[in-house]
Design a protein around this ligand. Structure first.
Ligand SMILES: *Cc1c(COP(=O)(O)O)cnc(C)c1O
Length: 839
């Protein structure tokens, strides 16, 4: 190993910050980052063995252990730095400086990714474009994006997002945009920014050296800061602002139709330099934008103004606009037929997107077999043979079991692909089809089973048909689970408890309705310490779906003991009876087992009471084959201030009892007491480990926490039929839906059997259609119910209906029917399909 001196010079093709995403060891440079939840320095050895030779490590993380490891890597080049993320940014900034092409930098509260993606589609006819993959806009995402720039590119589009002050300065240095787009500013609360103007000033730093700035001056706060501050800090920057109300800049007007919007742009202000723009005084540009919602129209106008700036004329802009489609950057995971899981990524179709999707595929341990269905890739600026060599290499590095290539071009390059046999067990399979139709008609599509399948194709290949053939059919009602929100909430609580405290996550009851195996798989990926289920069969299902984390079973019964042992589950021991039965079972089979002792400190549900401790200790002390892994108890009212004295008494009693047990058995099992509310309200009760439940799923015990958590689940259905019903008529069973006006009703595909509680009947419940609240009419039926859509413009059969989600919270629903959010979540029936997604 040789320590290198700064600055870093590397020929690596990839900057790597997550060892799990390695694909080309010899052309990667690894940046070891010591984060709060993760320490990259733990993977140096592993990466070296896989062939990585360039490493950037942080001085403070170089313990003697790490130094010893490094000393055993003779060929390694190692740079020791203060902060790996900053260094990665510097390396990327250096790279960026070598290119003199136009670089568009996009920031703002919303629409960054859409504007970036749309621009890259719109401009693709004139430029070779490099852009941020997906929404790679963070302190790490931006350098990774910029590192992709090469000599072939003639235009770059990168997005930048920040969550804290000081961050944008760093991103500015990496992106160095020449053209800036400020999409908009939202008012969403953010703990790190005191006020909106501070947020805007920070974001404006991206444009410090831009030559052009595009924004909408109807965002008054942005406009003020541009006019009062920015133009003095960057006086040579050309300002291209547009507005629907102000009489200067580009004046915009729009008229929303049924399927599209007619947008008029006008620039006739005598003070503006007209020669830069292809307008004549008084001439209006009229464009047909294929969207009707305000956010899309705004995004499209930013794109149009950019195109005008880049010299496109009206006709050309009009023609290009017609190719725009709604952007879904989401990777969706659905349950498929024949035990398959399906990852649907039929929108995104470039190399960077493929890499990300393959990583997501590999992250799914629910099924061992991994299948890729891939169409021709429409990547610009790369020679065909090079591109397919690259893809073939990527596919090989990801250890797939089967690859199905569809399209003339990929088929023509099939000779480049190979799949190594996995664990020496079997050869992976390669199949190529010229058209999607050929594949749909083949036997192969019916033979894929028990696999995770990534479906990734360009739009023109119509892979929706492939997806619809492979996915489980349902009745239009789905529960969407946002995996990013789960990760966010998990990290929020991890930050709160700090690194010293371990975290056990409750995935009982189908992970609070969210889907136990998928949620558990994600938690495993993020390295939580423990999982907990209520019953043994839930634990068995996790084990059968690739979950290897320790799992506690809260309510074991003697019938389950065999499975508990066989699947390496750990029972909660809560009574003398279950203790006796379990220890007999263990003795009989000459086994040892880890157990968790549950103490009853006031809940009076399960657990040993204080007077039962002698009996417990007698059994434990003479059965050394029972190893007490943890001792715990449960708080009954940690969410309510009125119970705080009781909670403290519970904690005190718990400590007393746990001490007694530890003393008697002669070792110190870990201690845990706090549930989600306890974590938030009783820091002193966090002890060795906490048990996170409802907080992970987005419901907090305090308003401060609630403001920071993200919504995890969205329950959605569709409108089956729309009717117009006269004022004197009634709707639904028992004539309970009495109408006092002529009403447009919609029948929606959800009923109490799906978990839409009958308590929401007769106007008590509301749902969202196009963002507008609609009341339930009459009694909710088993599989359907009726709502009032009289006030929803343009409502149509087939439209989406939101039952709960970000804008209609389960907290509100729970209040309406006098229950708790837990019940709203767990009531969603298993017949409702879960769709998991990650952005
Ligand atoms: C469900 C449960 C939790 C989690 O409670 P939340 O309120 O959802 O955080 C913790 N401990 C035990 C014993 C539980 O049963």
């Amino acid at each position: 190993m040789k320590f290198q001196t700064a600055p870093i010079s590397t020929h690596a093709q990839y900057l790597l910050n997550d060892s799990r995403q390695l694909s080309s060891p010899s052309s990667s440079i690894f940046f070891a980052i010591k984060g709060l939840h993760h320490d990259g320095h733990q993977y140096l050895d592993d990466l070296y063995r896989k062939g990585v030779r360039e490493f950037v490590v942080e001085k403070s993380a170089c313990t003697t252990g790490i130094m010893r490891e490094l000393s055993h890597m003779p060929e390694a080049k190692v740079w020791q730095v203060e902060n790996s993320i900053l260094t990665m940014q510097e390396v990327a900034a250096q790279h960026r400086s070598q290119f003199a092409i136009p670089v568009i930098g996009v920031t703002g509260s919303n629409g960054k990714t859409v504007v970036k993606e749309w621009l890259s589609q719109l401009l693709a006819n004139r430029f070779q474009i490099v852009k941020s993959p997906k929404s790679y806009n963070s302190q790490i995402g931006v350098p990774l994006s910029v590192w992709q720039m090469n000599k072939a590119h003639t235009l770059a589009i990168f997005e930048a997002g920040i969550s804290r002050p000081e961050e944008m300065e760093a991103l500015q240095k990496v992106i160095q945009p020449t053209i800036g787009i400020f999409t908009n500013i939202g008012t969403a609360h953010n703990e790190f920014f005191a006020e909106t103007s501070q947020k805007i000033r920070e974001k404006m730093k991206l444009f410090q050296q831009a030559k052009t700035l595009i924004y909408c001056s109807d965002y008054v706060e942005i406009d003020e800061i541009v006019k009062k501050e920015f133009i003095f800090e960057n006086p040579s920057c050309k300002i291209l602002s547009w507005s629907r109300v102000l009489p200067f800049g580009i004046r915009v007007d729009w008229e929303v139709g049924l399927q599209n919007t007619l947008v008029t742009l006008q620039l006739d202000d005598p003070d503006t330099e007209k020669e830069d723009l292809p307008f004549q005084g008084g001439h209006a540009m009229k464009l047909d934008v294929p969207f009707t919602d305000e956010a899309s129209i705004e995004n499209a106008i930013h794109c149009i103004v950019s195109m005008i700036h880049l010299g496109y004329n009206e006709l050309e802009i009009q023609a290009r606009l017609q190719i725009l489609r709604p952007i879904s950057m989401r990777l969706e995971m659905k349950q498929g037929v024949r035990g398959n899981y399906l990852i649907d990524d039929t929108y995104n179709n470039d190399l960077a997107g493929l890499t990300i999707a393959l990583n997501f595929l590999n992250q799914q341990k629910q099924r061992e077999a991994k299948v890729l269905i891939l169409s021709d890739l429409l990547e610009t600026g790369v020679i065909e043979s090079e591109l397919y060599k690259h893809i073939a290499h990527l596919v090989k590095a990801k250890h797939l079991d089967m690859v199905i290539g569809i399209g003339e071009i990929i088929t023509r390059n099939c000779g480049l692909f190979s799949i190594p046999s996995k664990n020496g067990v079997h050869e992976g399979a390669l199949h190529f089809f010229r058209t999607t139709q050929d594949f749909l008609e083949s036997r192969l599509i019916k033979e894929i089973k028990d696999s995770v399948i990534l479906v990734k194709g360009a739009r023109k290949f119509g892979f929706e048909q492939v997806v619809s053939k492979l996915v489980k059919k349902t009745h239009g009602t789905i529960l969407e689970i946002n995996l990013d929100a789960i990760t966010h909430n998990l990290n929020y609580y991890r930050d709160k408890i700090g690194q010293q405290t371990k975290i056990m996550v409750m995935v009982k009851a189908f992970a609070y309705g969210a889907g136990s195996t998928e949620v558990a798989n994600l938690l495993q990926f993020h390295g939580v310490d423990y999982l907990t289920v209520a019953y043994a069969d839930e634990g068995v299902a996790l084990r059968q779906n690739g979950v290897y984390l320790p799992i506690m079973v809260m309510n074991p019964s003697p019938n389950d003991f065999e499975q508990i042992v066989q699947y390496n589950l750990e029972p909660e021991i809560y009574s003398k009876r279950i203790l006796r039965e379990f220890s007999e079972f263990i003795d009989e089979h000459h086994l040892t087992a880890k157990i968790h002792i549950k103490l009853d400190t006031g809940m009076h549900r399960l657990g040993f009471e204080k007077h039962e401790l002698p009996a417990l200790l007698e059994v434990l002390t003479c059965n050394p084959n029972l190893w007490v892994s943890t001792i715990f108890s449960h708080l009954v009212g940690a969410d309510g201030a009125e119970h705080d004295d009781f909670t403290r008494n519970q904690a005190a009693l718990y400590t007393e009892m746990a001490n007694e047990i530890s003393e008697a058995i002669g070792y110190f099992p870990s201690r845990h007491l706090a549930n989600s509310a306890g974590i938030a309200r009783f820091p002193e009760a966090r002890l060795d480990m906490v048990r996170l439940g409802i907080g992970l799923y987005g419901v907090a015990a305090t308003p401060e926490d609630q403001a920071q958590l993200q919504t995890v689940g969205t329950l959605k259905t569709v409108i089956s039929q729309i009717k117009t019903v006269e004022a004197h008529e009634t709707v639904g069973y028992s004539r309970k839906g009495i109408l006092n006006r002529k009403t447009k009703t919609a029948t929606i595909a959800i009923g109490y059997a799906d978990g839409f509680d009958r308590g929401f009947s007769r106007g008590n419940g509301e749902v969202l259609v196009h963002g507008i609240r609609c009341k339930v009419i009459g009694n909710i039926c088993m599989d359907m119910c009726m709502i009032d859509v009289t006030d929803v413009p343009n409502v149509q059969e087939g439209d989406d209906v939101i039952i709960f989600g970000k804008d209609l919270s389960i907290i509100e629903l729970a209040q309406k029917i006098d229950t708790i959010p837990y019940e709203i979540l767990t009531n969603v029936s298993e017949r409702v399909k879960r769709v998991f997604f990650q952005v």
